[in-house]
Design a protein around this ligand. Structure first.
Ligand SMILES: Cc1cc2nc3c(=O)[nH]c(=O)nc-3n(C[C@H](O)[C@H](O)[C@H](O)COP(=O)(O)OP(=O)(O)OC[C@H]3O[C@@H](n4cnc5c(N)ncnc54)[C@H](O)[C@@H]3O)c2cc1C
Length: 443
């Protein structure tokens, strides 16, 4: 589905409740009451569609990129939170929340609203739950293991959406209308199904196609190659640039899974190779994982593939640290296909001991149209290559004007590097559509 259609679909889903409310034959509202009702409905609509932006739906993340999907998810969650937090305060006067029962009288007050406790408590509970979800989302890295946080985040958000729908259909003057009420319940159904898809259907699908650890090999300082072999099936159909959610040594139903770029090329055969750097719980234990350990793979995901760039005159791959993983997949595939297009790999690391697969890369430079530029920010004595960071000057030294206009640029690395290299490329005249980018963090 083209990205523009996704945007139209998104706007349609989020604006539908407001459209349905405007279509109703209701008495005119004061501006404040209209804003309050609109904020509540828009906030709830955004919240319900958030479940589809969880990053696990390829039709979305495959089009706009996983990192963009997750950033949108976070940004829109913030927008929904502001609208929902403001919603009760926008109503005309405080009498709305303090009145115990029955509709209120008088012009300007919320005469048609139901302020009974039965209609208010779900809203109040959703509102408090929202505060808890926000605190947990902001402090997630320090408070919980990532996997536990993910499950709690999803279930609490679903409870919040359910309570919000209950409140809207009981208390809202617009949402008690059967058509709008039907919309809220249908969207709650979609949200519930999307969680079931991630936590029940996907694990079942993974269990039907198990994998096994074939080898774990040290590649560089605190960096490993993990090789997985399919067990009783033909493996995965993927493209260079894709990433996978993998779980090693757990059941298919376990929440323990992490995203890693696939470093092998489909031309290598059915085994999948990953380049993994130690960072936390799972990655720090990788070196001790034994061959034969069961594994599960949910893939392919991501938008770092060269789809739609077959006409690019060359390929520039700019990686920081372990961001080399998807670049290896691209280079291995281009090499295996005998692709004649010139290519340049710029790989930035802190130390020479962090460079991976350099022998293989140097071999590719001998028999193919590849140039490799290593950049070290902390070079040892005797280093003759590039030093410092990937700056516009460095890019200009290795890419001529023609390349800047006609090549495709694939970027992967730590956020600070991407934040400086992408604008530099744009400023140097690289068209936006020729830059593919993925960051290994969603923050
Ligand atoms: C699209 C993508 C591709 C990636 N590819 C690679 C790769 O090829 N090689 C590589 O070394 N690293 C890659 N990463 C990073 C890798 O996923 C994390 O380093 C890894 O999940 C850390 O897990 P841990 O249990 O060791 O650390 P933890 O202690 O659990 O977490 C450390 C940090 O990693 C992040 N993280 C942990 N679990 C997850 C998760 N399930 N989903 C998203 N983020 C998580 C969190 O921000 C957390 O703060 C990639 C990340 C993304 C998003």
């Amino acid at each position: 589905m083209p990205a523009i259609l996704l945007i139209v679909l998104y706007l349609g889903l989020v604006c539908a409740p407001l459209g349905l409310a405007m279509w109703q034959d209701q008495p005119a509202l004061s501006l404040r009451d209209a804003l309050a009702a609109g904020a509540g409905m828009a906030g709830l609509a955004i919240l319900q569609v958030e479940f589809l932006l969880s990053g696990r739906f390829r039709v979305i993340s495959g089009r706009i990129g996983m990192d963009v999907t997750m950033r949108l998810h976070q940004l829109l969650a913030r927008a929904a939170s502001v609208l929902i937090l403001l919603h009760p305060f926008l109503y005309h006067g405080p009498q709305g929340l303090s009145r115990g029962r029955g509709p209120g009288p008088g012009p300007g007050a919320n005469a048609a609203l139901d302020y009974s406790w039965a209609s208010l408590w779900p809203g109040l509970a959703a509102w408090l739950l929202l505060g808890a979800v926000m605190v947990m989302a902001l402090g997630r890295d320090g408070l919980f293991r990532h996997e536990r946080w993910r499950l709690m985040h999803g279930t609490m958000a679903l409870a919040m959406a359910g309570l919000g729908v209950l409140h809207a259909t009981r208390a809202g003057r617009f949402s008690s209308d059967p058509v709008l009420a039907g919309y809220w319940w249908a969207m709650l159904g979609v949200a519930t199904l999307s969680l079931c898809w991630v936590y029940a259907v996907k694990p079942m699908m993974k269990r039907a196609r198990p994998w096994r650890v074939a080898a774990v090999t040290p590649l560089a300082e605190r960096t490993w190659e993990l090789r997985l072999s399919p067990e009783g099936h033909s493996g995965l159909r993927y493209k260079p640039g894709h990433f996978a959610w993998i779980s090693v040594g757990h059941s298919a139903l376990s929440l323990d899974e992490n995203p890693f770029s696939i470093a092998s090329s489909p031309s290598d055969g059915p085994d999948l190779r990953f380049v993994i750097k130690e960072l936390g719980d799972f990655t720090n234990r990788l070196g001790a994982v034994k061959p034969g350990t069961p594994a599960y793979v949910d893939a392919p995901f991501g938008s770092l593939t060269l789809d739609g760039h077959g006409d690019a005159a060359g390929v520039a791959l700019i990686a920081g640290g372990v961001g080399i993983a998807p670049m290896l997949s691209h280079l291995r595939a281009l090499d295996a296909a005998g692709d004649p297009r010139p290519r340049l790999l710029i790989h930035a690391n802190r130390l020479a001991s962090q460079m991976v697969c350099d022998d293989e890369l140097q071999a590719m430079t001998q028999h193919g149209p590849l140039r490799v530029v290593h950049v070290l920010s902390e070079p040892s004595d005797g280093w003759t290559g590039e030093t410092g960071f990937v700056t516009p000057d460095l890019l200009r030294r290795h890419l001529d004007t023609d390349a800047l206009k006609t090549w495709v640029f694939v970027l992967c690395g730590p956020p600070p590097m991407l934040e400086s290299v992408e604008p530099a490329l744009l400023a140097m005249g690289v068209p936006h559509r020729n830059i593919l980018l993925e960051q290994f963090s969603y923050d």
